[in-house]
Design a protein around this ligand. Structure first.
Ligand code: TYM
Length: 336
């Protein structure tokens, strides 16, 4: 038994509690995490340190940090089998981040697309944290020596810079960090906004975004209004270039039902968008209903969630501090 456990590969990932979790987070990330618990040793956290690169309302951040834990568990992440924790509860993240800052180049951070996007969106608050955000993310990852980092496609560049930083550090000091691989599942890797299918689904566009806690009538309304195209016969056909809205709905439907695009085209042959959109809405509602109900139930039990966080922070810190000690030693910090 023990031997088997040691052979398990390790996974780690996180989500910022900067907004309510949405279908993109669920299909792009959490669903894949929950599916893999038996095969990997898993660490999942709420990236609260990252959220303050953009101004947050403190009470809201606190509330969401707790609710997000309830939602992780409701999505199938059992806190016994997975280490679930809040980033700010494990000081090693901030500590390693400083060290890695000194092994990361200004030029490489300047090329990060998320920095370019966010600095054009929040022009009055282009703070240093927004710029060094990928370094904190590298620290989050490298502390745990994971084999894989399961994320949606938009985070791939950040995992790549993590690999570059780790390789640079290792080339100076020897094999300190394991070089992690991004783990991007094909289905759900990029869910687009329902209202503007050229953009990824994100909380900043609430009309095009389906939240995990949305009630069925809200979900139905959002899907019925989903932007498709002006093809007169409304054919349900997969054509990402010319029919991105329909392709997005088909991707969502396929990810949740396991049906291929061919099968979906056959299922809705001759039926048009008027039938297809509500069918997708219902599938999404059915998938989210048990999650929503369980998350609501767990959210009411603050003592339980606090206990999970406390236990998670201890288990996470145990691994993280081992790596940090090694790094401190390598760079020459006196440890007595
Ligand atoms: P965040 O909080 O923006 O998103 C969390 C996860 O959800 C995925 N995701 C999507 N996937 C598909 N379609 C979408 N529309 C969509 N929107 C979001 C993201 O790819 C991600 O996997 N920097 C990270 C958080 C983070 C992290 C880490 C992740 C901090 N440290 C260490 C992994 C490892 C972020 O902002 O993700």
């Amino acid at each position: 038994m023990e031997e088997n456990k040691e052979e398990k590969k390790r996974m780690l990932s996180g989500i910022q509690p900067s907004g309510d979790l949405h279908l993109g987070n669920y299909l792009g990330a959490i669903k894949n995490w929950a599916d893999r618990v038996n095969d990997y040793e898993c660490y999942y956290f709420m990236a609260d340190l990252h959220t303050i690169t953009v101004r947050q309302e403190p009470a809201e951040l606190r509330r969401r940090s707790l609710i997000q834990l309830a939602q992780y568990i409701a999505c199938g992440l059992d806190p016994e089998q997975n280490v679930l924790f809040l980033q700010s509860h494990v000081p090693a993240h901030a500590q390693l981040s400083w060290v890695l800052n000194c092994y990361t180049m200004f030029g490489e951070l300047s090329r990060m697309t998320q920095f370019k996007d966010k600095s054009s969106k929040y022009k009055d608050n282009i703070n240093a944290g927004l710029f060094t955000y990928p370094v904190l993310m590298a620290a989050d990852i490298l502390l745990y020596q994971p084999d894989y980092v399961p994320v949606g496609e938009d985070q791939k560049q950040h995992v790549e810079i993590t690999r570059d930083i780790a390789q640079r550090f290792n080339s100076i000091y020897g094999e300190v960090f394991k070089i992690p691989e991004p783990f991007i599942s094909k289905a759900g890797a990029r869910i687009y906004s329902l209202s503007s299918p050229g953009d990824k689904m994100s909380k900043s566009d609430p009309n095009g975004c389906v939240f995990i806690m949305d009630e069925p009538d809200v979900i139905m309304k959002k899907f019925k209004r989903a932007v498709t195209d002006s093809d007169t016969e409304h054919p349900v056909r997969y054509d990402k270039e010319n029919k991105p809205g329909v392709a997005n709905l088909m991707n969502i439907y396929s990810t949740l039902t396991g049906k291929s695009y061919d099968e979906i085209e056959k299922e809705f042959d001759g039926k048009g968008y008027g039938v297809f959109k509500p069918a997708v809405a219902e599938t999404v509602s059915d998938a989210l209903k048990p999650i929503r109900e369980e998350a609501e139930r767990l959210s009411a039990d603050k003592a339980y969630l606090d206990g999970v966080y406390k236990d998670g922070a201890e288990r996470a810190a145990y691994i993280a501090n081992k790596t940090l000690r090694k790094v401190y030693k390598k760079v020459g910090f006196y440890q007595g």
